[in-house]
Design a protein. Structure first.
Length: 255
């Protein structure tokens, strides 16, 4: 009787939507998006394809669910549970909260190589899905707290979101160093790639490319995460510089 109970519990766990999504994330992380198939999931979960389809309509829906699960884990909750630790959103400035959201997505994409492409795809193809509203809400609340005029809320939030997702996607695309499909993933390979790019810039005609000659060494020595934060800082500086004067809250009316 105990054995049957354990088997029943194990079967319910395997067949839950949450477990299927968890397995999908694991498969995406280890094998890539092309490996996410019903057959691969069925083998990983020791179940049949019918059970997969019972909980998830199709692979597109599952991919969206996997993306939503990772994003939810990367961002501060929209509603913090009572008694939970305070977050940058509740204790720091709006700028700090925006940086926390941006870094959460940036680091999640570094940990899950498939994520950046999915974030961009869902932004453009299904802005009504679970992921895009979650990101817009997390950034938009802070834009509003920066006392940006209401008429500029969408444009300002969109600028931040597009920069965050665009830079995240670019960083997630590991360059092909050898030209034969071998991708540099280690720090040494990345350093070698940047050294080669820097030398190529310095070899350009300085009369045609004086600026690139000046910044070739900076490009070689840059750190992606710091550069990403620098871009956020530039956008925030522009937002605050254009903020109207007067007490906070005076400019939130309809524009």
């Amino acid at each position: 009787m105990v054995t049957q109970t354990r088997q029943s519990q194990r079967r319910r766990q395997v067949l839950s939507r949450e477990r299927i999504v968890e397995a999908a994330v694991e498969l995406l992380d280890t094998e890539g998006e092309g490996a996410l198939t019903v057959r691969a999931l069925s083998e990983r979960l020791s179940t049949g394809s019918g059970a997969i389809y019972h909980h998830v309509g199709n692979m597109g829906e599952l991919l969206q669910a996997a993306t939503g699960t990772v994003v939810a884990g990367a961002l501060p909750p929209l509603r913090a549970p009572a008694g939970s630790p305070q977050t940058p959103e509740s204790t720091g400035s709006p700028e700090d909260a925006i940086r926390a959201v941006a870094l959460g997505l940036f680091d999640a994409a570094a940990e899950h190589p498939w994520l950046a492409a999915q974030l961009a795809a869902q932004l453009t193809r299904s802005p009504w899905g679970a992921v895009t509203p979650r990101i817009f809400e997390s950034i938009g609340r802070q834009v509003r707290a920066l006392d940006v005029p209401r008429r500029d809320w969408f444009a300002t939030t969109s600028t931040l979101v597009h920069y965050i997702l665009g830079a995240t996607a670019q960083n997630a695309q590991t360059p092909d160093r050898t030209g034969d499909g071998a991708l540099p993933g280690s720090a040494d390979e990345r350093s070698e790639f940047l050294d080669a790019a820097s030398r190529a810039w310095r070899d350009l005609d300085p009369d045609d490319y004086p600026f690139l000659h000046e910044i070739a060494d900076q490009m070689r020595e840059h750190e992606d995460r710091e550069q990403f934060l620098a871009g956020i800082g530039l956008i925030l500086t522009g937002i605050t510089a254009g903020r109207p004067s007067g007490p906070p809250g005076d400019h939130h009316g309809a524009g």
